[in-house]
Design a protein around this ligand. Structure first.
Ligand code: NAP
Length: 320
């Protein structure tokens, strides 16, 4: 099979398309013929060798993929060959024509979701769901600011928050991203490249502040986020690419909190809840992964460059 392989940590050019043996599923494992693989920012940090999790070399990147079950190992009950599925983590990596996964890492893909959309489920929707339900414990009567609403996690968060009944604000950095944010669930969208846009957000709450901020770029925004919070407000730090200084007094008066987030830390119970919630939303049409760009598997290095550039408009997927 064809697969992207990383033999050394480094820039996007270390992603090489190679011919490797197709894996065989052992007991409890599933082999999926991957039709599309999702590209997430963490895969770029991992490839660069700067991520806390360092896979042994060589490795094939990717946790998110969608396709058809090719074969199952002994004892597998959840799916059978020819079933349509998506992966939430894999054993062998999803940037490949075939991926090996454990039974618990493979999930049924509703008929109305195509494979490219299926490749944009796990990290974006798992993150948004876990952040809103488990971490922020958001309620329908609250207001959420999705700070970075034009990207994979942001769009998922807009759709989930709208389905939960919250008042939803989103930010993006281009006219296309702002349009997308409104289309996918933001009651109001704000341009995070415009000077003073934080004042516009505060005014939109009649100066009460927002209850929850889902923060995709904390190193840039955290010191402002604390001033945008309502009493008992929560900032969930999902993404950050550097250091930041904050004034703790902004939190004290509001009895507000900043909470670190990682999807890697979920419990099996939370994971089961996340997949049940995502499946229901995909089936009833409230969750609709948005694909911004599709590239052939061979162009994985281009995908790794472009995912970090401004101007997000949904997921980047590799078609295998
Ligand atoms: P993505 O698809 O590349 O989207 C990035 C988003 O950040 C876009 O909406 C982009 O908007 C926005 N952005 C750029 N500059 C911004 C600014 N100054 N203020 C606010 N937002 C800004 O990435 P993603 O998949 O949504 O992931 C977002 C971040 O969360 C990444 O850093 C990722 O590593 C992290 N993440 C963490 C976890 C975890 O477990 N902790 C899980 C998933 C993702 P424009 O392009 O429109 O400017």
């Amino acid at each position: 099979m064809k697969a992207i392989r990383v033999h050394e940590f480094g820039g996007p050019e270390v992603l090489k398309l190679e011919e490797v043996p197709t894996p065989k599923p052992a007991a409890g494992q599933i082999l999926v013929r991957i039709h599309a693989a999702g590209v997430n920012p963490y895969e770029t940090y991992m490839r660069a060798g700067t991520y806390p999790l360092k896979p042994p070399l060589p490795y094939t990147p990717g946790s998110d993929g969608a396709g058809i079950v090719e074969a199952v190992g002994e004892g597998v009950k959840k799916v059978k060959p020819k079933d349509r599925v998506y992966t939430g983590r894999t054993i062998s990596g999803s940037y490949a024509e075939y991926a090996l996964a454990l039974e618990e890492q493979v999930h049924p893909l509703p008929e109305k979701i195509d494979f490219k959309q299926g490749a944009g489920i796990w990290v974006p929707y798992g993150t948004a769901y876990h952040a809103l339900y488990h971490s922020a414990k958001a309620h329908a009567c609250e207001t959420v600011l999705v700070h970075g609403a034009s990207g994979g996690v942001g769009i998922a968060a807009l759709q989930i928050a709208r389905a939960m009944g919250l008042k939803v604000f989103g930010t993006a950095g281009t006219p296309k991203g702002l349009e997308l944010a409104k289309r996918e669930g933001a009651h109001q969208a704000f341009d995070h490249r415009k000077a003073g846009y934080q004042d516009e957000i505060l005014q939109a709450t009649d100066n009460r502040g927002v209850d929850v901020v889902l923060e995709m770029l904390a190193n840039v925004n955290l010191s402002h986020d604390t001033k945008l919070l309502a009493n008992n407000g929560r900032v969930i730090v999902i993404g950050s690419r550097g250091e930041v200084t904050i004034n703790p007094r902004e939190l004290m008066g509001r009895r507000a909190s900043i909470r670190g987030f990682t999807l890697w830390g979920i419990t099996p119970t939370e994971e089961a809840d996340i997949h049940a919630g995502i499946f229901a939303g995909l089936e009833n049409g409230t969750l609709r992964p948005v694909i911004g760009k599709e590239l052939p598997l061979a162009e994985a290095s281009r995908a790794h460059k472009e995912i970090l550039e401004p101007g997000s408009a949904g997921k980047i997927v590799l078609v295998c």
